[in-house]
Design a protein around this ligand. Structure first.
Ligand SMILES: CC(C)(COP(=O)(O)OP(=O)(O)OC[C@H]1O[C@@H](n2cnc3c(N)ncnc32)[C@H](O)[C@@H]1OP(=O)(O)O)[C@@H](O)C(=O)NCCC(=O)NCCS
Length: 154
């Protein structure tokens, strides 16, 4: 598996995965703009044949990092790709002195909720009935930095 920063060549495939996986997919133009933002991190994973298997889009906000998307193509799920993308993000967060990662997820999205639970996220709050009958969970994970000597509030 190879994980690199997204390039403009990846955008069509990412847009296709967006439309297959989300009710309000990012259009190609928005994805291209994401490539240009200084506060954005856009990673893609590729398999050994060069097929784009997944991507992650996150933004840095005042010492925190917010995941906007983490998506794996259906044929490649359950092979550790989302874990690898998140592990990469955590390493980059350390370089950017981001002390926690947060995100929002539909409580009924079992694969995603299990994934975040496995990766050490905890529930910070919930937005009741944000997705119709389902709540939105706000999850957060604190990133351990090598020189941490005290609990930091971000
Ligand atoms: C959620 C998602 C990103 C997981 O990607 P993935 O590459 O399949 O996940 P991984 O292979 O890295 O799995 C890591 C862990 O997540 C959990 N998990 C992943 N898919 C799961 C599923 N279908 N059912 C239950 N647990 C699941 C498991 O704990 C798994 O560890 P294990 O395989 O050792 O049991 C993927 O299902 C996806 O793209 N879903 C559609 C888009 C989406 O909903 N994104 C999240 C928006 S908040």
């Amino acid at each position: 598996m190879n994980i690199t920063e997204a390039t403009v060549e990846a955008i069509k495939t990412v847009a296709d995965l967006e439309s297959r996986n989300y009710d309000t997919p990012y259009p190609e133009e928005d994805l291209k703009l994401e490539l240009q933002r200084n506060d954005s991190l856009f990673l893609c994973s590729y398999n050994d044949s060069g097929i784009l298997t997944g991507y992650l889009i996150a933004r840095y906000i005042l010492g925190e990092c917010e995941i906007h998307r983490i998506t794996v193509a259906a044929d490649f799920r359950r092979t550790g790709i989302a874990e690898a993308l998140l592990n990469n993000l955590e390493k980059i967060c350390i370089d950017h002195t981001a002390y926690s990662i947060f995100l929002e997820v539909n409580e009924k999205n079992v694969p995603a909720c299990n994934f975040y639970h496995k990766k050490g996220f905890f529930e910070l709050s919930r937005r009741k009935k944000y997705y119709g009958s389902a709540d939105a969970l706000i999850l957060r994970k604190r990133i351990a930095h090598v020189n941490d000597t005290e609990e930091r509030i971000c």
